[in-house]
Design a protein around this ligand. Structure first.
Ligand SMILES: [Ca+2]
Ligand SMILES: [Ca+2]
Length: 313
């Protein structure tokens, strides 16, 4: 079955403690071949000479074929902000052989790789490689994940349909996304935030709905309306928020999010009815007009028109 071992802690033993009984005992417990560790420490040294340090490492049998891979993330020791490239990292995969490791796959990212996880996301007994990355900001678009799988003997990014347009134009980076098993069938759904209204109207991170992609025949396909219970939960949460915060501008964030969640659930018409209940009433309209006197805001009718042009009934 699947095996996953984080061995980072054992490198500290190599680096800090002289060879002795304790070290041998640690190796034995971890089941890690000394030659492999030695060849990897040479590799780490080589990367250090290039200005990188080892961030994360996992040894795993990706395909349950008794073939082990060492999956690692190297990050720059010092980031060079002046050169305009403050965040980047390298995903490097090696095949583990009896006498050491051999390079297998390498990919450089324009972003800092934050976390590495190897697990089976679609319950087919083959592991996928999930890398969390960050562009260093707080906007939705600058954080996300990259998912790789072994296909026909090669490491490739997991396909997402329709492709998520990323400002990096790199299909292996899925901005503002995470994996979760929404329906408990042991297959992870991919959730990607809709960033259409990021930084418009009210707040940079306000208006929000998640698109659900489900695993279909070896790739992720957008399939929001098959998860109505997920959207119902979000809709309930938003309705409660609208009761708590009925006044503009914050209620517009929740009301537009409410419509988006109905839209993805496949009930745009019902959603628009609910949306107008919160927007086209005296209290909200008066507070929006008061808000417009204080700060530059669009007329309500323009916002509704924009919303419906992007998310038609
Ligand atoms: Ca799998
Ligand atoms: Ca699932």
């Amino acid at each position: 079955m699947k095996r996953k071992r984080r061995i980072w802690r054992y490198f500290f033993f190599i680096l800090l403690i002289p060879f002795g009984c304790l070290l041998v005992l640690q190796y034995a417990q971890a089941g890690i071949n000394v030659q492999i560790l030695n060849s990897f420490s040479d590799e780490i040294q080589e990367w250090e000479n290039k200005g990188y340090e080892l961030d994360e490492v996992v040894i795993t049998d990706l395909m349950c074929l008794q073939e082990e891979y060492m999956i690692s993330i190297f990050s720059p020791i010092e980031t060079d902000i002046l050169a305009g490239k403050p965040y980047y990292g390298i995903l490097k995969i090696y095949v583990v052989q009896e006498d050491g490791i051999a390079p297998f796959f390498e990919k450089e990212f324009d972003y800092r790789l934050r976390d590495l996880e190897v697990r089976d996301i679609d319950d087919d007994f083959n592991n996928e490689i999930i890398v969390e990355w960050s562009g260093g900001g707080t906007y939705w678009m600058v954080n996300g994940i990259a998912i790789f799988e072994m296909r026909d003997g090669c490491i490739v990014p997991v396909k997402v349909i329709p492709p998520i347009i990323s400002w990096s134009e790199d299909s292996s980076l899925i901005p503002s996304a995470y994996l979760a098993d929404l329906d408990g069938d042991r297959v992870c759904e991919l959730l990607v935030v809709d960033t259409t209204f990021e930084n418009t109207y009210i707040s940079a991170r306000g208006i929000k709905a998640w698109r659900v992609f489900s695993w279909e025949n070896g790739y992720y396909q957008e399939n929001c309306s098959s998860f109505p219970f997920y959207y119902e939960k979000k809709i309930d949460e938003l309705k409660k928020k609208l009761v708590l915060y009925p006044a503009a501008p914050i209620s517009l964030v929740f009301a537009m999010s409410l419509y988006l969640n109905y839209y993805y659930k496949g009930e745009a018409k019902e959603g628009f009815k609910e949306f107008t209940k919160f927007i086209f009433n005296e209290e909200f309209m008066a507070s929006w007009e008061a808000e417009r006197k204080l700060v530059e805001r669009e007329p309500l009718s323009d916002i509704v028109e924009d919303l419906l042009s992007k998310y038609p009934l």
